[in-house]
Design a protein around this ligand. Structure first.
Ligand code: PEP
Ligand code: MG
Length: 319
């Protein structure tokens, strides 16, 4: 039985009516990459790179970046990896950053905003990333983007770095949709991005104004809140305008109650914990995309996350 499960987990997943859904993994290390492969992940949808930067005295060098991404690409045996650039702020212990403490780190110089004061960190990371072989094995994902102006500037810099390292085939650049402004402006972002990846952890935090670390609010900070669902729908619509694909890499992607609704709203990639890959693939295979579409539209009119959860459980019972 285990062998059979392993085999079916390794197959690509599509809904019963034939809509292909990529099930990728969220990882941080080459060890995780191996676990992702063992669990049948189709790709890496989010490589969090913060580990590379913390608990050390100096920033990683270009070579360190390249070597660590190269090791991950090696472990992935032909699968692609979406590498997210550094997403830390004043709340993380990174000695060499020497950032003054901020009253609201979640609203401060984090994600790509950090490059306003330390462009060197981002640029060395990008140089390392662009050196990985084969070139098509990695894509860039930019965290905490708020509008297209920001993306246009970053893309221009990425283009310069590509020329600098003599790379001819352009690297794909995606944007995290994890700030409400980005979801509202998804069509503008999609014009300049190759793909959009929704970070539901932060998108929920910022939409509902509920700290994702506040245990008391954990139940209420639900990504199936109708306000968050509407932003996900807006993201998918904006992306469709320019023919871009949309993934979800926040925890909602690995929530079986959310999966039919995300697919129904137009998401075609779910990036989840490596060990959740087989279960999410099995869930996807039982869904009918046309039904998901209809019911996801209906869910946008519900008035609470609880109502959305109740409806989803009724239509698509958990095993
Ligand atoms: C998210 O915000 O949903 C996300 C995937 O990024 P992180 O959890 O690393 O902030
Ligand atoms: Mg985030």
């Amino acid at each position: 039985v285990r062998e059979f499960n392993r085999k079916s987990a390794a197959q690509a997943a599509s809904t019963s009516d034939g809509r292909a859904i990529e099930i990728a993994a969220n990882i941080a290390t080459a060890g995780d990459a191996q676990i992702a492969v063992d669990n049948g992940a189709d790709a890496v949808g989010l490589l969090r790179t913060e580990l590379l930067f913390i608990h050390r005295k100096q920033a990683p060098t270009v070579e360190e970046h390249r070597d660590s991404y190269q090791a991950i690409v090696g472990a992935l045996q032909g699968r692609t990896a979406i590498i997210r650039t550094l997403d830390v702020g004043a709340d993380k212990e990174v000695d060499y950053l020497t950032l003054p403490p901020e009253p609201n780190p979640a609203l401060g110089l984090r994600g790509i905003r950090l490059a306003q004061v330390r462009p060197d960190l981002l640029e060395d990371q990008l140089r390392g990333l662009l050196a990985v072989q084969p070139h098509g094995a990695v894509r860039i994902l930019l965290p905490m983007v708020t509008d297209a102006g920001e993306l246009i500037r970053l893309r221009a810099r990425i283009d310069e770095l590509q020329r600098e390292v003599g790379r001819t085939e352009p690297v794909e650049v995606g944007v995290m949709i994890e700030v409400p402004s980005a979801a509202l402006l998804a069509d503008q972002l999609a014009r300049y991005a190759d793909f959009l990846s929704i970070g539901t952890n932060d998108l929920t935090q910022y939409t509902l104004a509920m700290d994702r670390m506040q245990a008391q609010l954990a139940d209420q900070a639900d990504g199936l809140h109708p306000a968050v669902l509407r932003l996900i729908a807006a993201t998918a619509q904006g992306a469709a305008k320019y023919g871009r694909w949309v993934g979800v890499c926040g925890a909602l992607a690995g929530d079986p109650v959310a999966v039919p609704l995300l697919i129904g709203l137009g998401v075609t990639e779910l990036s989840v914990d490596p060990v959740s890959v087989p279960g999410i693939k099995a869930r996807v295979r039982k869904l009918d995309y046309q039904l998901c579409r209809q019911r996801a539209q209906d869910a946008l009119a519900l008035e609470s996350a609880q109502a959305v959860r109740a409806v989803s459980r009724e239509i698509w019972p958990l095993e």
